[in-house]
Design a protein around this ligand. Structure first.
Ligand code: NAD
Length: 293
């Protein structure tokens, strides 16, 4: 019997815990605040930011939004970040990526106050994660870990293959799994025999951004499969596309013991974990010891 993870249900539980922390902070006179910064004309980026604002509203986190014309000089964004770093009512800052070519993304990530870096992309927070002393864990890998925990997947001694080595998903996730005593293989576009690594793994996490490229033939019987991929595939529907993961769900679910679909798995968790990081930032910045989600 395959367990199909319901990411929406787990995310709902996380949001309820966040709402309880917001109430506790509120009783201490603190309203957690998240600032989103958008410097892009991209529809998807703008949708992501609106969803994050709506999520905040739902749990009582105040959201502030700054939009910068993508043709403005990079200095406009740097100054905005400096202003948000200085504001007491802003506890978390999220600069929506990607940024225009003339903006130095590394400078942006370094510029956000690490104590407000709810994306977990500041080099100080990346370093802390690798050193086993995490402060803010990037939302997507943090969401994957929460799903594995919720599904009672024992990680100690597990052979895990992570497909993808990006800074926002693959690398931090590999580190988190390692900290839980999994034996981790991180695969990428230059991996010579991907199938050998996926087929021998107890846990496969797919985060390469290639629609449905991992199917049952690449999995061991009884593997745990987490699909991070979120790919737009064009079709003849009114929207003109549908979303699909990196895993061929229909075939993979016949072989997996536990599988997280996409959509409906990691995606909702990513959004929920941003709220977790924001209330954690608010509590830390105000020296509060309220129970955290
Ligand atoms: P990315 O493009 O930055 O990285 C992709 C990684 O996959 C790279 O490390 C690359 O080396 C590796 N890769 C590419 N082709 C490969 C191949 N044939 N075999 C093995 N590895 C290969 O992407 P990303 O930002 O890490 O995102 C990965 C996927 O996860 C995308 O589909 C993205 O949309 C999705 N994503 C989903 C969420 C969510 O909340 N659900 C969040 C972030 C990313």
């Amino acid at each position: 019997m395959t367990t199909v993870i319901d990411g929406n249900a787990v995310a709902e539980d996380v949001r309820a815990d966040v709402a309880a922390t917001v109430d506790a902070l509120d009783a201490e006179g603190v309203t957690p605040g998240l600032a989103t910064v958008l410097m892009s004309d991209d529809d998807a980026s703008s949708t992501y930011v609106s969803m994050k604002q709506r999520d905040c509203e739902e749990v009582g986190i105040e959201s502030f939004h700054v939009e910068i014309d993508p043709d403005e000089p990079a200095s406009e964004l740097y100054e905005t970040i400096d202003d948000l770093n200085a504001r007491e009512d802003v506890h978390g800052i999220l600069v929506q990526l990607p940024l225009p070519d003339h903006v130095d993304e590394r400078e942006v990530l370094r510029r956000v106050d690490p104590a407000k870096d709810v994306d977990g992309f500041h080099p100080e927070n990346v370093g802390r994660l690798v050193a086993g002393d995490p402060r803010f864990v990037p939302c997507t890998p943090n969401g994957v870990m929460r799903l594995l925990d919720d599904a009672d997947v024992p990680l100690d001694g597990l052979d895990a293959t992570v497909v993808g080595r990006s800074n926002i998903v693959g690398k931090p996730l590999s580190n988190l799994l390692l900290q839980e005593n999994a034996t981790v293989t991180t695969c990428h576009s230059r991996t010579t025999d991907l199938e050998a690594h996926t087929r021998s793994a107890d846990l496969v996490v797919a985060a390469a951004g290639i629609p449905e490229f991992i199917d049952a033939s690449m999995l061991a019987e009884g593997a745990v499969v987490i699909d991070v991929g979120t790919n737009r595939v064009e079709d003849s529907s009114e929207k003109g596309y549908h979303l699909t993961g990196d895993v061929d769900f229909e075939s993979a679910k016949e072989k997996a013991s536990v599988i997280s679909p996409s959509p409906g798995g990691v995606g909702p968790m990513t959004r929920a974990m941003l709220l977790v990081n924001t209330v954690e930032a608010a509590a830390a910045l105000t020296d509060s010891d309220v129970p955290l989600p």
